[in-house]
Design a protein around this ligand. Sequence first.
Ligand SMILES: NC(=O)C1=CN([C@@H]2O[C@H](COP(=O)(O)OP(=O)(O)OC[C@H]3O[C@@H](n4cnc5c(N)ncnc54)[C@H](OP(=O)(O)O)[C@@H]3O)[C@@H](O)[C@H]2O)C=CC1
Ligand SMILES: O=CCCC(=O)O
Length: 286
Amino acid sequence: MTTYGFLGLGIMGGPMAANLVRAGFDVTVWNRNPAKCAPLVALGARQASSPAEVCAACDITIAMLADPAAAREVCFGANGVLEGIGGGRGYIDMSTVDDETSTAIGAAVTARGGRFLEAPVSGTKKPAEDGTLIILAAGDQSLFTDAGPAFAALGKKCLHLGEVGQGARMKLVVNMIMGQMMTALGEGMALGRNCGLDGGQLLEVLDAGAMANPMFKGKGQMLLSGEFPTSFPLKHMQKDLRLAVELGDRLGQPLHGAATANESFKRARAAGHADEDFAAVFRVLE
Ligand SMILES: NC(=O)C1=CN([C@@H]2O[C@H](COP(=O)(O)OP(=O)(O)OC[C@H]3O[C@@H](n4cnc5c(N)ncnc54)[C@H](OP(=O)(O)O)[C@@H]3O)[C@@H](O)[C@H]2O)C=CC1
Ligand SMILES: O=CCCC(=O)O
């Protein structure tokens, strides 16, 4: 039976690794802060002391890390992925990173004799817990096939988008749209309230018409309550907008809306809302 490693047990990685254990897979976990391994070990996972140890021991290792810097450090750093990968074993990076980072990691893993797939996800904390993520994979086709049973435990939909880089690009485009939807809702709520409208009725009107969507429904309630319990940290959305704007810059593609949304998220991050849910961008819009 295929053995799995899991690197990065944050908001997303913790429940994803737990779903693999619950699905009956043999799972070995590692996290920079080792305390986060304890709930997984209690479920039946093994704990390793470095990414290298995980990659050497497991047929397929999955990573879910904060950002490009974290993904590079875990791959290229001391006792990192490259020191354990090889022999056709697989490495699947599910973190949201830029295409250049993913391509560099993929090339290094392949050069060491490993197989590489990028597989960022749409869906947040609850879908991670429920195993209903949307997996945006790209890269080694044989690894995509081999990891199919694990993807089935993690997600409700799984696409193979082509060469490494296409998964990262799809994820950044999707989140670029989502970030702008969030600032659009926040500005609408701010203007509506300032001109005397009822916020709940604004959400009711939106939900009844062509703009109805689950995100406005869920995040709209956060705007009404003024509470922003974290599913998707604001700092990560700002990172994604930054990476999307950089991608547009490389391609000479104007991204006026994304650049403006990025500035709002930067302000919110600087104002102390980095670890709140990304809906807390409302704080700097209201
Ligand atoms: N939350 C969400 O709704 C979604 C998030 N994503 C993406 O998934 C990824 C993870 O997100 P999420 O779980 O929310 O984030 P968290 O901030 O909760 O977790 C980040 C993880 O990265 C680890 N990490 C950070 N820096 C380093 C480093 N330098 N070296 C090693 N490990 C490091 C953290 O380790 P430690 O515990 O030690 O700090 C932690 O395990 C991000 O790329 C995010 O954009 C994608 C879809 C939805
Ligand atoms: O990257 C985070 C995306 C959150 C979501 O898709 O709901």
